[in-house]
Design a binder for this molecule. Sequence first.
Ligand code: HEM
Length: 505
Amino acid sequence: MFFLAFTNLRDFLYSFGCVILVVIILRLLYFSYLHPLAKFPGPVVAKFGDIYWYYALLSGRGPWMNHDWHKKHGMIVRIAPNHLSFSDHHAQKIIYGFGTKQIPSMAKDPRFFTPEVDGSMNIINECNKMEHSRMRRMLSFSFSMSNLLENEDVLIRRTNEFLEAIGTDSRENGMKGVNIVQEFNYVTFNIMGEMSFGDSWEMRLKEQRESRYHWADVIVDTTFMNDVMRAVVCFPGLFSLLEVFKPTHSRNTLYRHAEYATEHTEARLKLHSVRKDFMYHILNSKGPAATPKEIASHFNVIMMAGAVTTATFLSGALYYLCHNRQAMRKLQDEMRRKFASVSAITSKELFDCVYLNAVVEEGLRIYPPAGAAHLSRIVPEGGCRISGEFIPAGTRVSVHPWSVLRDSSNFHAADKFIPERWLSNEDPGQKGDKLERSLPFSYGPRGCLGRNLAYLEMRMVLAKMFWKYDVTWFNADEIDWERDTKGYTLWEKPALRATFKAVAR
Ligand code: HEM
């Protein structure tokens, strides 16, 4: 009937074009002048649709773009039609905190924290607060300091294996050196795997048809695909289409990663082990039992969040230490003076290594492993005030960590790696740095569950590596970290080729 109203195709196309044009103009007017967030400044194109936001995320240059927007527009920037980015540290407490009587804690944003490809929900992507609390209670004991210290043998043995591997490769590879970024991925992968699955970890790795580190490599490739999926789910029907056709790349990354998590979970569930790995604590936790699918989903993200982030820290820290030889020497001196042998290096002894801890904090500040993008939340019913402005209910909000950490009003020489800023009495020392503004593990009910483990790993790997080896870096002239690294939600890092020569003792 609709078509009959037109005498010919030309008239129809003309009228159709006019309707589209009017819709576009109305949309532009609405988003510019009438939308509840219309008064907030930001890049012009960002307010008309989410596409620009996804472009920034997937371009790998998001952290720098977002920081520039804050420099230009101020503390609150509209980075998508319904999304505000904050660079104000005070917003952190409201957006990520435990909540108050007036403003309840904010739920995670379901458009950002999407289900896994098998539809499962887990400790990271669950946006329902009650369901998340149940999960967190179930997993918490595994990550308590007492349990981690009970499993310290895993951390020490796996770090020693890493030392062996980089020493051997350095001798065998000559001027080719060792791809140390990859080796950091492997050591954190091994620590997370054995802590999670105990005895079945090694058994399953030996049984698998691919190389031992195939899953570790898949995890690295999956980080970017996770962001692609965040964009895909915004287009109705596209995810279902992908499920039917499963393009090779997503099969080899997202789906393969989920399969690995399921295979390792099933292998461990069959093994009636008494070893107190993470699985043991999950199975013995009080409260309703989780299904095998849910447990596999937790391990899917634990292997990702646990391995990639810590490896990212280690890679960045090594890069910046290689550029600040004085800091590297101070770290080596502290380790070599304090410990008579590599076996004397234990987690407890490392707690009070002052310079090592300063290097760790500065490494987390200058290259925050989970601080490149936006961990968005939804403003609850009734709206609330953030950074002096009323923000309506339903708005997506996030603090952009990179913009906070690279802001010279928070940290002097913000682009420079200066461990001494964490030691107020040392030269070049603190110059009014607002140290509390570095929150690499976020904050509140969704703050990092693996924080204790991350600190133990970061200290142990750095301490043993710098106790044992002097480092020569081969591709120093080719690599500029800020240029060559890609900032998605997690980072994609360039290869660092170095050689490790054992110190004569
Ligand atoms: C340097 C290393 C690490 C950094 C910088 C880091 C950072 C973070 C951040 C910023 C969050 C909050 C995410 C959000 O708000 O959406 C988070 C959550 C989380 N992290 Fe880490 N993380 C690190 C290592 C680890 C490790 C080793 C594990 C161990 C498995 C881990 C497990 C988790 C889990 C399970 C959550 C979700 C917590 C929840 O929602 O209740 N992380 N992490």
